[in-house]
Ligand binder design. Sequence first.
Ligand code: FES
Length: 154
Amino acid sequence: MSDNLEAKIEQAIRNPQNLGEMKDADAVGTVGNADCGDMLRMWIKFKEENGRKIIDRATFQSFGCQTAIAVASVATELLKGKTTEEAKMMSGEDLAAPLGALPPVKIHCAQLVEGALRNALAPETQPISDGRNDASTLLQQMSSAGKKVKVVLD
Ligand code: FES
């Protein structure tokens, strides 16, 4: 990993943007990576502006690596003002772009964020309590699945 990328990731995880659940979200998406065991949940709130429905805010929670947290932090900033169609067209690479190019071994970290976004946006407005995302927090969902969760705070 380049020094510049490492510095940007470090900066993003030291002050993550849009971290935490969103009580009044219109959509929520959760995704887990079976290989590394990391999970990420994203909440989205829409608003109407000039006759268009756009993303007002996006927040996230993650039990994931630092790269996934950094990508989610910058991605939730990038999503503001995007329509659903525009957001759906964003790849993991697009969502991680403010950090710079990720090394091949970290590409799946950005894809975790992309997966949570796609999960939240399909269908366009997913009911919060559709069975997949009943738990209001990622920790509750993991706990209810009988998983042991170790949370490490910096
Ligand atoms: Fe799994 Fe980064 S190592 S999301």
